[in-house]
Design a binder for this molecule. Structure first.
Ligand code: NAD
Length: 321
């Protein structure tokens, strides 16, 4: 099959391209970034630099393509999405123009990477979150900016399916982490940011770490291999409604720091920055539906995935000291 991966120069897109090439698919990889900045670049793929906010670029990327995995978005961790709501919402141009082009060209299947940020704020006020069920997205009160755009684009996928017959699949990713992703610069998410801070403390000898919030907020984190596998399972399935793709192993941010300290073999003083962006109080994935429909759920233990993530970030940083 010929498969288009958008956002292929990014974290999840790079891993997905690698896996699809391993299965001997013909892959078209597209990103807006210059190729030198892609996290992973595979010469076997057709690698295009295009701005997918433009409709003509979407049509160009889709020529001769059977399936589309749409992972392109202007996004980042809490620090980025809380301070760049308009930029996050402009990803609607990517999603609109890709969907329009897919319907016109007659793409067989279209995958949209949605997010746990679509879930309603009032379902995430306690750190003891029992896990968000798919139905918890409505009545709608998602994360401002980024979450509203994702919810709107989910809805657009649904109506393109119902009205224009485009086969769409939607996964709601919950915090994905792993090697070959952003770990500095302002767009990084908690697992990578904490690895970077602990590595900096270890290599520089400054035995202190800043934590955003009081560290009691809870999250679950999905290792990249589970994300790549689950995305393909959802794409190949007959599941038409948005479905959670996340780990149900919920931890506090303090527990995540404990894990990274153990891996690094250090103990650090913790300085809590209560003015930093923290997101919702408690969030995890309820996996009842994915277990029922796919007989599978993301299950890489957090400790195991964090060891691999830490090792990769350590390799990127060690030559700086
Ligand atoms: P990422 O930022 O590493 O990758 C996204 C890529 O999209 C980037 O390389 C970026 O350059 C590219 N892009 C942005 N605007 C573009 C444009 N106009 N044209 C072409 N390419 C463009 O992010 P990621 O973590 O790999 O996320 C992939 C997808 O999964 C995104 O849609 C994101 O919203 C979604 N998601 C990710 C997570 C997570 O924890 N990483 C969680 C929920 C949802």
């Amino acid at each position: 099959m010929r498969i288009l991966v958008t956002g292929a120069g990014g974290f999840i897109g790079g891993h997905l391209v690698k896996d699809l090439l391993k299965q001997e698919h013909d892959v078209v990889a597209v990103d807006i970034k210059p190729r030198k900045d892609w996290y992973q670049l595979f010469p076997e793929a057709r690698n295009l630099v295009l701005d997918l906010r433009e409709r003509e670029a979407c049509r160009q990327a889709m020529q001769g393509v059977d399936w589309v995995y749409n992972l392109a978005a202007d996004m980042g961790g809490m620090g980025f999405i809380e301070n760049n709501k308009a930029l996050c919402m402009l990803s609607v141009l990517i999603n609109t123009h890709l969907l329009q082009s897919a319907a016109e060209i007659g793409i067989e299947r279209f995958f949209f990477a949605s997010s746990a940020c679509v879930y309603a704020a009032d379902k995430q006020t306690s750190p003891d979150n029992p896990g968000l069920k798919e139905s918890d997205a409505y009545p709608a009160m998602p994360e401002d900016g980024y979450g509203w755009e994702k919810l709107f684009s989910e809805r657009m996928c649904r109506h393109f399916r119902e009205d224009f017959g485009l086969t769409t699949r939607i996964a709601r990713y919950h915090n994905v982490y792993g090697p070959h992703g952003t770990f500095e610069g302002g767009r990084e998410k908690a697992p990578a940011a904490i690895c970077r801070k602990v590595i900096h403390a270890k290599l520089s000898g400054q035995r202190e770490i800043e934590i955003w919030g009081d560290g009691q907020q809870t999250r679950s984190f999905m290792y990249i291999d589970d994300c790549v596998k689950g995305s393909q399972m959802i794409m190949s399935s007959e599941i038409v409604d948005p479905i959670n793709l996340g780990s149900a192993e919920m931890v506090t941010i303090n527990q995540l720091v404990d894990i990274v300290e153990e891996i690094a073999g250090v103990r650090l003083r913790r300085r809590y920055n209560l003015n930093a962006p923290q997101g919702v109080r408690g969030r995890s994935s309820d996996n009842t539906l994915i277990k029922q429909l796919l007989h599978w759920e993301p299950s890489t233990p957090l400790r195991e995935g964090m060891e691999k993530t830490y090792a990769w970030i350590y390799d990127q940083m060690k030559c700086r000291y």
